[in-house]
Design a protein around this ligand. Structure first.
Ligand code: ACO
Length: 428
């Protein structure tokens, strides 16, 4: 007998099926709720709403578990390459040797962007935030590949769009940085690995030789893997919902980039470093800043703390904290921001306000410190997050299309005025 849930409304009882996931998570299937009861559910921020069933990422916020396609994040971050993880997320299985070679070859072949795109970059002010540039550039790719706008394309054509995106995003990211510096663009080098190529496009100059440091490339590989997917978060849900209207993949990913930009989501990594710098410049009185974060009349929040689903610990933060120590030691970097971050973490974790609310450091708390050590400028931190999250967004979009999910269209409970008659302006 399959499980059901009973809902009673105005003395009448209704039964709804219960859906059970492969890790035994349960949901009440209310697809027929409005049709049978006339009611809808209300859940601002979708705190209790499952928008889909998904076989991509499993996340248990209470126990700090994160797995991509069943593989623990700890193992992937330790042993895999970012492109291997991208393949896993998108196609569902770890690639065989030849599958990975073909995938890498396809990605490598498409790293160049159309020369005309250079003019778009040059038209932006030097101070343009790179996330604004990235969102526009990703959407602009659709204008160079108009065939991507056909929702009924064959699988091979969709694969090509997905590969183009993975190939071109690092090129666009590095171009947005070089443009902000008003430095010449560096073209992709196809003999380099994915992370090395990105570092080369970011830091190579016509005036001197640049060889990507393997420590830096390895740290970047790990960070990209840690960011690669996180199930139905704000940006992934955005990608799915935009894609559900059959908007093309470039437009859907561009919407994801915009959603990620906010400081409550991916923009938090930039906000964390700005906060740590501010605390340091203010004399480093951590008790004062923790008190501000607790004060409900003060809009200040401890950036990098708290998470919608992790209420115990964020497994990515654990891995990043260790990686942060390793990278700083290997590169011989001493960053006072790291000391402040560690002290802040200690104070907050002992404070009942944070403990009671399950507020722990999230992935963004330490990632900014590593990016800083890798010489990535603060405004580029969220772009780095977007590079990592891209395969996740693609996988979420692909699953939504393959599941033939209906267009995303929530309902509402209207609380405005009832019908009233128009009053002409001289009588108001
Ligand atoms: N500092 C101080 N108080 C906080 C913080 C914080 N960082 N985060 C949450 N709280 C408090 C809230 O004021 C609220 O208190 P109350 O119950 O007394 O009203 C309680 O904790 C619950 O917070 P909500 O905002 O309701 O939780 P929600 O799940 O909606 O928000 C979020 C999660 C947005 C991540 C929040 O914790 C936050 O703003 N954190 C700082 C920004 C950040 O680091 N974002 C990155 C998230 S990770 C990612 O997207 C990759």
């Amino acid at each position: 007998m399959s499980e059901t849930a009973k809902i009673e409304i105005e003395g009448k009882s209704y039964e709804f099926p219960v859906v059970t996931g492969s890790e035994n998570e349960k949901a009440i299937d209310i697809k027929k709720l409005r049709g049978t009861t006339g009611c809808i559910t209300i859940d601002p921020g979708f705190k209790n709403t499952g928008s889909t069933t998904s076989a991509i990422t499993y996340l248990d916020g209470e126990n700090g578990i994160l797995r991509y396609r069943g593989y623990p994040i700890e193992q992937l971050a330790e042993k895999a390459t970012f492109l291997e993880v991208a393949f896993l997320l998108i196609y569902g299985e770890l690639p065989t040797k030849s599958e990975l070679e073909n995938f890498q070859e396809s990605i490598t072949k498409h790293t160049l962007v159309h020369e005309d795109m250079k003019q778009f970059f040059e038209a932006y002010p030097a101070k343009a935030h790179p996330m604004g540039v990235m969102a526009s550039m990703v959407c602009s790719l659709s204008t160079f590949y108009p065939e991507s706008q056909d929702p009924n394309r064959p699988k091979e054509a969709i694969d090509l769009t997905m590969h183009r995106l993975i190939a071109k995003l690092p090129t666009l990211a590095a171009m947005s940085y070089k443009n902000a510096m008003r430095h010449p663009f560096v073209y992709p080098k196809n003999e380099l690995g994915y992370c090395e190529n990105f570092l080369n496009m970011m830091f190579s100059m016509p005036t001197e030789e640049y060889t990507p440091d393997p420590v830096v490339a390895e740290a970047l590989n790990k960070l990209l893997i840690l960011h690669a997917d996180h199930e139905q978060n704000c940006s992934a849900s955005t990608v799915r919902i935009v894609g559900s209207s059959q908007a093309n993949l470039y437009a859907s990913i561009s919407a994801g980039v915009s959603a990620l930009w906010g400081p409550l989501h991916g923009g938090a990594n930039q906000a964390v470093i700005e906060m740590l710098d501010k605390i340091q410049a203010d004399g480093g009185d951590l008790e004062k800043w923790v008190a501000k974060a607790k004060d409900k009349n003060d809009p200040f929040r401890l950036m990098g703390f708290g998470h919608r689903v992790y209420k115990n610990f964020d497994p990515r933060a654990k891995i990043i904290k260790k990686a942060c120590d390793d990278v700083l030691e290997k590169l011989g970097v001493e960053d006072p921001a790291l000391d402040i971050a560690k002290k802040l973490e200690k104070i907050a974790l002992e404070d009942p306000y944070f403990v009671e609310r399950g507020l722990y450091p999230n992935v963004d708390f330490y990632s900014g410190i590593i990016y800083k050590a890798l010489n990535i400028p603060t405004e580029m931190f969220t772009v780095m997050f977007a590079l990592g999250r891209l395969p996740g967004w693609i996988a979420q979009w692909k699953e939504m299309v393959e599941n033939k999910e209906p267009i995303g269209r929530p309902r509402q409970i209207y609380t405005g005025e009832n019908q009233r008659d128009y009053v002409s302006i001289d009588k108001r």
